[in-house]
Design a protein around this ligand. Structure first.
Ligand SMILES: Cc1cc2nc3c(=O)[nH]c(=O)nc-3n(C[C@H](O)[C@H](O)[C@H](O)COP(=O)(O)O)c2cc1C
Length: 242
């Protein structure tokens, strides 16, 4: 039996949200998914433009998409350039993001999964699980209007966070998955994505498998003083750049 422990405050939802990479097969009823999407749609967006669309996959539809994605993955049909530039090439990340990315990889693959740095097959095996939505019973694909894209992506990010927190409120877990962008032509074959939309990411949704070795994996954060500046005493503003 799945034990569902919903969280009751925003703070608890934010504290307990994590990228879950091991789910139980326990189904999530369609009405519940609809409620979560309705809550996520309360997110703010530029002039209330709500530029997002969500494709919800379960059952045979999800299995068929996963099979095709894995086939494309195994045949090396990864697209080099996605529909929008989501991230730099692995060796092109600037500091300090490069170091943070490296320590995230070490904590996930090394400490949590127990894989050696040169265990390419093991790492690939874990990466493939992205395309099965890490075993979640519900797979979502988030798309956003490209008119204009950069602003809409801000709104899509808010929608994504809203959905992930709403899921915590219902005792569920999620994982955002940009790995789906690499195979967007496959997604376009399975889903009715309008031409003027781009794929933002996949999202796994379901009940966490708390017995899985990845269930205790947590990520760290930089302290507030490293990214926030507080302005208090009045200072003479600097001259405007010419
Ligand atoms: C837009 C977006 C895309 C992501 N794509 C993936 C992905 O493809 N596969 C994956 O395992 N995690 C993915 N993640 C999860 C991040 O690795 C994770 O959020 C980060 O390491 C912080 O960990 P936490 O979410 O557990 O706090 C993604 C997160 C975001 C926000």
């Amino acid at each position: 039996m799945t034990v569902v422990s919903a969280v009751s405050t925003i703070e608890e939802a934010m504290r307990t949200r994590r990228s879950c990479r091991a789910f139980l097969p326990t189904p999530v009823p369609r009405e519940q998914v609809e409620r979560l999407l309705a809550m996520a749609a309360r997110s703010a967006s530029n002039s209330n433009s709500q530029p997002w669309q969500v494709h919800v996959l379960t059952g045979a539809a999800k299995r068929a998409l996963t099979a095709d994605l894995l086939c494309a993955h195994d045949e090396g049909r990864r697209v080099d350039v996605g529909e929008f530039p989501y991230q730099p090439a692995a060796d092109a990340w600037p500091e300090p993001f490069r170091s943070r990315r490296r320590s995230f990889g070490q904590s996930l693959y090394g400490e949590a999964l127990g894989l050696a740095p040169d265990d390419t097959a093991g790492r690939l095996g874990h990466h493939r699980r992205n395309y099965d939505f890490f075993g979640a019973p519900v797979g979502l694909v988030l798309t956003v209007s490209r008119r204009p894209l950069q602003g809409a992506l801000v709104d899509a990010g808010l929608f994504l966070q809203g959905l992930m927190l709403a899921a915590r409120g219902a005792g569920l877990h999620t994982c955002a998955e940009a790995s789906f962008i690499d195979y967007y032509p496959v997604l376009r074959r399975h889903l009715t994505i309008p031409d003027d939309h781009v794929v933002v990411c996949g999202i796994a949704l379901g009940h966490a498998d708390e017995t899985h070795r990845l269930s205790t994996h947590r990520t760290s954060r930089e302290p507030v003083e490293s990214f926030a500046r507080f302005y208090d005493a009045a200072v003479a503003p600097q001259a405007e750049p010419v």
